[in-house]
Ligand binder design. Structure first.
Ligand SMILES: [Zn+2]
Ligand SMILES: [Zn+2]
Length: 389
């Protein structure tokens, strides 16, 4: 089959690789019909994620049709159309049983690598390095889906892929980001990053009762989408000081909750940006925590920070004293896709919102390298790329 393989920083290639096979009774093989490039794939593409090896198949946001079923699966059959969450959960461990699927104890066979780095094992993620399980990714014609009896949601056949695909990752990530804010009626929620996850976080925040949502980015086309699709008020941080603007827009208090939909490759302005960029290049810090710093400083006292952008290691110059003095609550983590997938499907079928609005580019799988390039460089007003195997 054809698959997108990583070969080093800013180097992905579509290559011929062996087809996946059923390895365990609870596996299915999926023929992929749509697979997206996620913002966190850009961290791999840029070479920021350790333990990715040349030749690894990447990609973790996908849907498709079941073409082969393991003998331990009773609830799926060949021909079923399904969406699959990015993180792999076994369904049986303490964490899966308590709906914390991305913290699964059993799905990551290379958990010892993580244990050394982080002190604990978390779930595997498709196509996201050997530390996260070494599973083949889903930017491919076919993929093996383990624990498929609990890890997929069946979807109807008469709805286009683009409305359903993001149940795999971007929608539950945004939704969980809003849920972690514990939004009260009348709250103002600020969202850093207006990519797909940010857009879905904004929509979710309104659904959960926020009165005002403020979007922060620097790309006019993304801010435009935040305005028109997510109905947010917007701040372009290259034009105005985001911290000052937030205070002004909230009567001097600051937002009640702040959502980070950016993560470790954040851009800042001025010396702070130069400092982080340089330290990251010299490998003196792994992550650029610009958004985290700004959230701590601009959130209202007693407010909540919800962190959904991916961080991988160590950050520097965190104003932790401010976080303490202001009595902020920090909540974060990889999304628990299996917890949300049925609810999100129901919302989409009820046409509460149209996720396909975030798609700016649909490309054949063969053009994956071009897709990564325009997404990383934000060329051609690129917001979200869907690859079609
Ligand atoms: Zn992702
Ligand atoms: Zn588990």
């Amino acid at each position: 089959m054809k698959a997108v393989c990583w070969h080093g920083a800013n180097d992905v290639r579509v290559e011929s690789v062996p087809d996946p096979k059923i390895l365990n009774p609870r596996d299915v093989i999926l023929k992929i019909t749509s697979t997206a490039i996620c913002g966190s794939d850009l961290h791999i593409y840029g070479g920021y994620i350790p333990t990715v090896q040349p030749g690894d198949i990447i990609g973790h946001e996908f849907m498709g049709e079941v073409v082969e079923v393991g003998r331990g699966i009773n609830n799926l059959k060949v021909g079923d159309r399904v969406v699959v969450p990015s993180t792999i959960g076994c369904g049986g461990c303490y964490y899966c049983q308590h709906d914390m699927w991305s913290l699964c104890d059993n799905s990551n066979p290379n958990g010892w690598v993580e244990e050394k780095l982080f002190g604990n094992i978390t779930s595997a993620i498709y196509g996201y390095s050997h530390a996260f399980g070494g599973y083949a990714g889903a930017q491919a014609e076919y993929v093996r889906v383990p624990f498929a009896d609990v890890d997929v949601v069946k979807v109807p056949k008469d709805i286009p892929d683009e409305k359903l695909l993001f149940i795999s990752d971007a929608i539950p990530t945004g939704y969980m980001g809003a849920e972690l804010c514990d939004i009260q009626p009348g709250d103002t929620v600020a969202v850093w990053g207006c990519g797909a996850v940010g857009q879905f976080a904004m929509i979710s925040a309104y659904m959960m009762g926020a009165e005002k949502v403020i979007a922060i980015d620097r790309f006019p086309e993304r801010l435009e989408l935040a305005k028109n699709f997510a109905k947010a008020e917007v701040i372009n941080y290259e034009e105005v000081d985001a911290g000052e603007a937030l205070r002004e827009m909230t009567g001097g208090m600051g937002p009640d909750a702040c959502i980070d939909a950016v993560g470790l490759e954040a851009h800042g302005v001025g010396f702070e940006d130069f400092y982080d960029q340089t330290k990251q290049k010299l490998k003196l810090e792994t992550d650029r925590p610009h958004v985290l710093r700004q959230m701590i400083l601009s959130c209202r006292k007693g407010g909540t920070l919800s962190i959904m952008g991916v961080y991988g290691g160590f950050v520097d110059k965190m104003p932790f004293g401010a976080a303490f003095i202001k009595a902020l609550t920090f909540r974060m983590g990889q999304m628990h896709g299996q917890k949300y997938m049925h609810l999100l499907l129901k919302m989409i079928l009820e046409e509460k919102f149209d996720p396909s609005r975030v798609v700016t580019h649909q490309l054949p799988l063969e053009q994956a390298a071009h897709g990564y390039d325009i997404f990383q460089q934000k060329k051609d007003n690129c917001i979200k790329v869907v690859l079609k195997p």
